[in-house]
Write a protein that binds this ligand. Structure first.
Ligand code: SF4
Length: 249
């Protein structure tokens, strides 16, 4: 039998009591293995089975309020944004109303959200641009969306997916972590992970893949303590540090 470290011996002791343990490889940074096509298909089949119609968690009532909510969610939680937006959207659910509300009022209404000063400026700026260049409507292309103040590739991808039904992949912190940790789509930056996921995920799952992965990262594959014991793809995941539940013995 192979020699095990003191840490591993402790983990085994825990496992014998039926507790979940994280099994780390001998080399802390062992290379994560790639997934086969069949494994990827199986992972997304399970995500679909578990949640056939996944939904984003940012409250919105139309493409404009979705766009504003996504802009507000940069470096903030959806829950935090959802606390502030009902009052904002009650007053302004169109670019016209938002522009009329003005930057000071918007800033006041979103002051519980991080970076609220810059975000208020961007929300007013994008409202004016939508009115001036897009007839007050949210454009349906990545290029036009990314020209709006405060709108980057990720925000554009979310709007394209949720508002217009494009099979885009918006890589946030959760998806970036999952792509790299599990080996599903390793990449050094969000764009690399996005492209790797677009390449790897079967087309039939692309429309909902972004939501499945975000929800998986938010509720299961957590940053500090992934809940591998509850994970529907635990057997497929390639992360060498994943937790496995060992039977008492
Ligand atoms: S097994 Fe653990 S690390 Fe792998 S995807 Fe599931 S929760 Fe994440």
């Amino acid at each position: 039998m192979a020699k095990i470290s003191t840490k591993a011996a402790k983990a085994l002791k825990k496992a014998k009591k039926g507790k979940a343990v994280r099994v780390k490889p001998a080399k802390a940074r062992a290379k994560v293995q790639p997934w086969s096509k069949a494994e990827i298909e199986e992972a997304f089949r399970r995500f679909q089975e578990a949640m056939p119609e996944p939904k984003g968690e940012l409250h919105h009532v139309n493409p404009f309020t979705l766009l504003v909510a996504v802009v507000l969610s940069a470096q903030a939680t959806d829950a935090g944004v959802n606390k502030a937006t009902p009052a904002l959207f009650d007053l302004a659910d169109t670019p016209e109303k938002m522009a009329a509300l003005g930057e000071d009022r918007v800033r006041d209404l979103i002051k519980t959200i991080g970076l609220f000063r810059t975000k208020a400026k961007n929300v007013i700026g994008l409202s004016h641009k939508l009115l001036a260049e897009h007839g007050g409507r949210v454009p349906n292309t990545r290029e036009a969306l990314q020209e709006l103040p405060g709108v980057g590739r990720k925000t554009a991808n979310v709007v394209l997916n949720i508002a217009f039904g494009h099979p885009t992949m918006a890589v946030d912190t959760h998806i970036f972590r999952i792509g790299n940790r599990t080996g599903l789509a390793p990449g050094k930056d969000p764009l690399a992970v996005e492209l790797a996921l677009l390449e790897a995920i079967p087309e039939k799952y692309m429309m909902h893949a972004h939501h499945w992965l975000i929800l998986h990262g938010r509720y299961t594959c957590l940053a500090r303590r992934p809940l591998c014991e509850k994970c529907v793809i635990a057997d497929l995941c390639k992360w060498p540090g994943k937790t496995v539940l060992m039977a008492p013995g």
